[in-house]
Design a binder for this molecule. Structure first.
Ligand SMILES: *[C@@H]1O[C@H](CO)[C@@H](O)[C@H](O)[C@H]1NC(C)=O
Ligand SMILES: *[C@@H]1O[C@H](CO)[C@@H](O)[C@H](O)[C@H]1NC(C)=O
Length: 203
């Protein structure tokens, strides 16, 4: 993965409190606006939403006074795709300025999301799928096997942004699009779009 993708995944899947340390030169903090974390992509009517991807009714999110989230519970996969499908994810960060959402320089993604989803060697592993305590049972299922339950250990999610990322304080959103492709590379009809809206503040 190149540097930009790694940084994106840091934002997407995020970093926990454990790694706050000056040596990381983190200078911004992203505070999600909604306790639920996710919102629909209202400007993308043809897309499905996270409720078609996963059942989040047992996925607990609690926002602390300082904007960190306490995460626990279970996520049940619902996405009606084939386990053998390849999943691509695309992430764009937009900034709310002058009454509209505008693109930032921040753009990236992963053409084979499932390949690295539980890989211990990825930078994001300690802050994301590490917390899936039943990973031995589910690691081959990624997010493409409906009925798979990811059991999470409780953890604190604090979204910190590296100084190298060209983002400045203000209201932003991450627009995350998941697409699935069959074995012959044909894209499945409906992509899923999820937004995470929040404010970037200085630490
Ligand atoms: C989040 O978890 C921490 C540590 O377990 C706890 O001290 C804190 O009260 C929790 N906050 C909320 C909002 O649940
Ligand atoms: C998550 O699943 C585990 C294992 O099935 C279960 O013990 C636990 O109670 C579930 N937690 C929630 C919040 O549903």
């Amino acid at each position: 993965m190149d540097r930009q993708q790694v940084t994106l995944l840091n934002i997407l899947i995020s970093l926990t409190l454990q790694i706050i340390s000056p040596s990381f030169a983190l200078n911004h903090f992203f505070i999600p606006e909604r306790e639920e974390l996710f919102s629909e992509c209202l400007d993308k009517p043809g897309f499905s939403y996270v409720n078609e991807l996963a059942d989040l009714s047992r996925f607990n999110r609690k926002k602390d006074a300082d904007g960190a989230m306490n995460i626990s519970g279970n996520i049940t996969m619902l996405w009606d795709v084939e386990p053998s499908n390849r999943v691509a994810v695309e992430v764009n960060i937009e900034k709310f300025e002058g009454g509209t959402w505008n693109p930032t320089l921040f753009k990236g993604g992963d053409k084979d999301f499932c390949k690295n989803f539980y890989d211990k060697n990825t930078i994001y592993y300690p802050f994301s799928t590490k917390h899936v305590i039943n990973k031995q049972q589910v690691k081959d299922k990624c997010i493409t096997t409906p009925g798979t339950v990811l059991v999470l250990e409780p953890f604190i999610l604090k979204i910190l942004i590296n100084f190298a990322v060209p983002l400045s304080p203000g209201i932003h959103k991450a627009v995350i699009i998941f697409s699935a492709f069959d074995k012959s590379g044909v894209k499945r009809p409906r992509d899923t779009c999820i937004e995470i809206v929040g404010e970037i503040v200085n630490i």
